[in-house]
Design a protein around this ligand. Sequence first.
Ligand code: HEC
Length: 110
Amino acid sequence: MQGRRTTISAALIATACLAGGVHAAEGDAAAAKDKRSMCIGCHGIPGYRTTFPSVYHVPKLGGQHAAYLVKALQAYKSGERSHPTMQGIAEGLSEQDMADLAAYYAQAGK
Ligand code: HEC
């Protein structure tokens, strides 16, 4: 019995890895579902041009590499990359939030 259970869970893990594609980031796109509600207003998909704040050009996130997105968010948080809005947002994100959001947006453009 024990042996059989182990086999089944190993198979599930293997399937999840294949489906996930990006392993390195450890981001969970599904977990980003609630977190991205605060990004949608500005980084909507597919209409990524926002009406607020209309003076800004808002980059499209969907389809960008997860590693790039995480790096960008970390750079806003650390102040290395400065933009008042995104710094304010990134300050509230944990490493896991960033990885999850990046995993979501990396998939979203495809
Ligand atoms: C109030 C509008 C607004 C909200 C809300 C917002 N962003 Fe942004 N975001 C921007 C703008 C404007 C830029 C471009 C800033 C710049 O020039 O550096 C940007 C840039 C970025 C970049 C860098 C993209 C690139 O191509 O370099 C990432 C990544 C990003 N945002 C992620 C997020 C995530 C994730 C959320 C939600 C947690 C979010 N943003 C919420 C306006 C917003």
